[in-house]
Design a protein around this ligand. Structure first.
Ligand code: CLF
Ligand code: SF4
Length: 501
């Protein structure tokens, strides 16, 4: 039997019996997109899973006000529709935001996208948001502009968004039923009045759907974010997915509710729980039948800088930027060369994938002993296994099966080692990492110490440092193949656990 690194499309078919054959923000699907759309997403780290290994994004926090209240938001913190609650961004003027964007773009040439995502709602702050976009489209035309909104003010802003060549808009849509919405939104501010409950939710839903239709009509790519709130909208999100897909949304991003009590949100105080990783994945799989799913969102903060999952904001505070001498015309030349190099590498990867797929002989016979296996991967970008286990602050999780390799999500962890003896509580960080890797049968990294190695083994997770600097999907498939040859796929993970006991 030959096992091949396939695109996510095929893998999704296995996992979720996708009838449409168009699941996932995957590599095969990317290749199948019309050129005009492919050009828009190929270097956007949120719209393309593959791009997120190579290209970075940044946010500028220029939008403080909001026109609605969500039960998962505490106004002291950033907008949790597109941000991780519990952190507060430094508010910037549009001029400061432009200065910061150019400084980041010059120093992190892989940064391709500037998004405005808070700390409130960007379209509830139209002057500040559009002034930032206007200046950036003039001064830094090589940067894609992106915005995220709750949608209430969207229909009135669509023409202005189109005028600034904004190709990517995210709308957070948590429901299409006002009854469900009344449990998420206590009020909205609409036509100079505060409106409550079901009536408020109905207006918000109408505005979101109208805005979505208007954007699609203008050829603007729409991503829909939904916060999964167990017991409130989890079942309902399948309907949301179906409807927004029908209306032409490009991508659906179902994010987990974050509701720690210390953030002081209504849900946090009321004890509303967020979903477990498995629940989130099940819902994403269930939605995937109707919709392209984003699974690599990191719920980044409203002033995030760097690759998704990375935050380099500290390098670009206003005082540090003031000391930088940026020649943006020169920077644009360097950026163009680097972007072209990355895109060339990605095209070579696509071509290789196509060659492998063509060379593999599909068999109608069911393949024996090839149950799916989840593996965690430590990477610092570039699509490679290139991070030390102890340096990882998150692991990417892939599922390998006889149909190929698919990305299914990420798990955040506390960094186990910072490279000197001043590490924090190593013991609890390590046991936290092991807990968060629940369900994974192997972890691939560039290096790993003896102690974590043996503890991972005891927990039934096989550490593997043999594929350092190899492309992730190929390494995952190679480990899967080793497991198959060794007969480790004959036993279920539960059997393996019993045998160890
Ligand atoms: Fe920012 Fe959002 Fe644009 Fe991306 S984030 S405005 S689309 S550039 Fe991306 Fe961050 Fe998830 Fe948002 S990982 S929170 S989806
Ligand atoms: Fe908070 Fe964002 Fe909701 Fe406004 S839209 S209440 S800022 S989470």
């Amino acid at each position: 039997m030959e096992l091949t690194v396939l695109g996510q499309d095929d893998a999704n078919e296995t996992a979720s019996s996708c009838a449409s054959g168009s699941c996932g923000s995957d590599n095969d699907q990317m290749a199948a997109l019309p050129d005009a759309i492919r050009d828009k997403v190929k270097n956007h780290p949120c719209y393309s899973e593959e791009a997120h290994h190579y290209f970075a994004r940044m946010h500028v926090a220029v939008a403080p006000a909001c026109n609605i209240q969500c039960h998962y938001c505490n106004r002291k913190y950033d907008c949790s529709n597109e941000s991780r609650p519990g952190v507060v961004s430094e508010l910037l003027t549009p001029e400061e935001a432009v200065m910061k964007t150019k400084a980041v773009a010059a120093n992190i040439p892989q940064m391709t996208v500037l998004g405005i995502a808070g700390p409130g709602d960007p379209l509830a702050n139209p002057e500040r948001t559009f002034e930032t976009f206007r200046m950036l489209s003039e001064q830094a035309p090589d940067i894609k502009l992106c915005v995220s909104t709750n949608g209430l003010a969207l229909p009135d802003a669509v023409d202005e968004l189109a005028k600034h060549n904004i190709d990517h808009v995210t709308i957070t849509i948590n429901c299409v039923d006002p009854e469900v919405g009344a449990g998420i939104y206590p009020w909205i501010y609409w036509n100079n009045k505060r409106i409550y409950g079901r009536k408020a939710a109905k207006i918000l839903i109408q505005q979101q759907q109208k805005g979505l239709e208007m954007l699609v009509e203008r050829g603007i790519l729409v991503k829909v974010n939904s916060v999964m709130i167990p017991g409130v909208n989890d079942d309902h999100l399948k309907e949301v997915s179906r409807i927004v897909k029908e209306k032409g949304a490009f991508l659906h991003n179902v994010m987990p509710l974050i509701s720690e009590a210390e953030h002081g949100t209504f849900y946090g105080i009321m004890g509303q729980r967020g979903p477990e990783p498995e629940e989130l994945q099940d819902l994403q799989d269930a939605c995937a039948g109707d919709m392209n799913m984003m699974r690599h969102c990191r719920q980044c903060r409203a002033d995030a800088v760097g690759l998704l999952g990375e935050d380099r904001g500290e390098e670009f505070t206003l005082d540090k930027i003031a000391e930088m001498d940026i020649n943006y015309d020169e920077a644009m030349k360097t950026r163009a060369v680097i972007h072209a190099g990355i895109l060339e590498e990605l095209e070579e990867k696509d071509a290789k994938r196509a060659r492998l797929a063509a060379a593999s002989v599909p068999s109608s016979e069911p393949v024996a002993n090839t149950r799916p296996v989840q593996m965690a991967v430590a990477t610092s970008g570039g699509g490679l296994i290139n991070q030390h286990f102890g340096h990882a602050t998150e692991f990417l999780v892939y599922e390998a099966s006889s149909r190929g390799v698919r990305f299914i999500g990420h798990r955040k962890v506390d960094q186990y080692c910072i490279g000197n003896d001043t590490c924090g509580d190593k013991e609890s960080a390590l046991s936290g990492s092991i807990r968060s890797l629940h369900g994974c049968e192997a972890v691939l990294c560039s290096k790993i110490g003896y102690e974590p190695w043996s503890q991972l083994e005891d927990a039934g997770i096989q550490p593997n440092g043999e594929h350092a600097m190899e492309p992730i999907e190929e390494a995952v498939m190679a480990v899967y193949e080793e497991m198959r040859v060794d007969g480790r796929l004959d036993e279920t993970p539960e059997h393996a656990e019993l045998a160890r006991a």
